[in-house]
Ligand binder design. Structure first.
Ligand code: BTN
Length: 325
């Protein structure tokens, strides 16, 4: 991020944290730049859609921000230690996960790549993730945990728990369809795609991609039966508020995990599970199995009673809930 953008982010942070006015002189002293340079930054923010009032002899006052996913705005509301402290924002990308993968080795842990639209948003199993401009949160978090690849599956669990808790805190009661879907009123409103790079012993980095449908008024016909958005379900949350809370929950849970404490995350996964206690079909690469879901195991895998096979733990797969006839 260039210096001007950093100053914009810091100005926004200061103005947003104050009830009243902040003088141009104070800002100029704080950033060690001239008052004219402060004014230039304010003008550039206004041009980007921020409403910043200025009153002679009083200074500047924050009124509102536009519905954008600019790094400067997002940085101004992040309250974490490292996740989201570096943000790379784009109007459009093919896929934030693909971009994050390319830059991960040069980025610090916790860097977030976010785009207002994706032209090739990716889901699990080679599917597309519908990513229309301005309607969702499409972001990828670069994490560098010192763990073996086998434990990286738990990153999806952490992200699913963080998304679910964030939305519930805001008032939308969501369920987690193991391993990576978040449901609201039975429909998918968010998905997680975790990808990693490393060798057999150690993970180099993990990209946790989160796609959340916020303002979509409608979906393509083929998705209408299964997908929904917060707006379609009657919730009017701002993308920025969701992002700030999500990043905070994600960091808290990731820190718990690194510190060896999985209990809170597991409790969230279990109490909010859409599949525990349900008859389901489990699809793996090769087959479709009927099963009854018993629990989420300590390592984040699914514990199920599989027809003809008995109790088993599954690390991956896709689930569809069998409707009772
Ligand atoms: C799924 O539903 O199977 C997972 C969807 C994950 C979508 C997100 S959007 C941000 C990130 N970039 C991608 O290309 N995919 C993930």
């Amino acid at each position: 991020m260039e210096k001007k953008e950093r100053i914009n982010a810091a100005i926004l942070k200061i103005l947003r944290s104050q009830e009243g006015y902040v003088s141009g002189e104070r800002l100029s002293r704080f950033f060690s730049i001239s008052r004219a340079a402060v004014h230039k930054r304010i003008v550039s923010l206004r041009e980007a859609g921020y409403e910043l009032e200025s009153v002679t002899k009083k200074g500047y006052r924050f009124l509102s921000y536009p519905d954008v996913v600019h790094a400067a705005l997002l940085l101004s509301g992040v309250e974490t230690s490292y996740i989201g402290k570096e943000i790379l924002s784009f109007e459009e990308l093919d896929s934030t996960n693909s971009y994050a993968k390319k830059v991960a080795s040069e980025c610090s842990e916790g860097t977030v790549v976010i785009a207002d639209a994706q032209t090739k948003g990716r889901g699990r199993r080679g599917r597309d993730f519908h990513s229309a401009k301005g309607e969702g949160i499409f972001c990828s978090v670069i994490l560098k945990p010192a763990i073996s690849p086998g434990r990286a599956v738990f990153m999806t669990a952490i992200a699913a728990a963080a998304v679910s808790v964030t939305l519930s805190d805001l008032g939308a009661d969501t369920r987690i369809k193991w391993p990576n879907d978040i449901l609201l009123n039975g429909k998918k409103i968010a998905g997680i795609l975790t990808e990693m790079s490393g060798d057999i012993e150690r993970v180099d980095h993990v990209i946790v991609g989160i796609g959340l449908n916020v303002g979509n008024p409608v979906f393509p016909d083929e998705l209408m039966a299964t997908a929904s958005s917060l707006k379609m379900e009657g919730y009017d949350f701002s993308r920025q508020e969701i992002f700030w809370k999500l990043i905070r929950n994600l960091e808290e849970m990731y820190e718990d995990y690194l510190g060896g404490d999985r209990q809170r995350i597991l409790e969230i996964l279990r109490t909010r599970s859409a599949v525990i206690g349900k008859e389901v079909f489990i699809y793996t690469e090769q087959e479709k199995k009927s099963a009854f879901v018993l629990d989420i195991a300590e390592d984040g895998s699914l514990l199920a009673d599989i027809e003809g096979e008995g109790r088993k733990k599954l690390n991956f797969g896709e689930i569809s809930i069998r409707e009772k006839v």
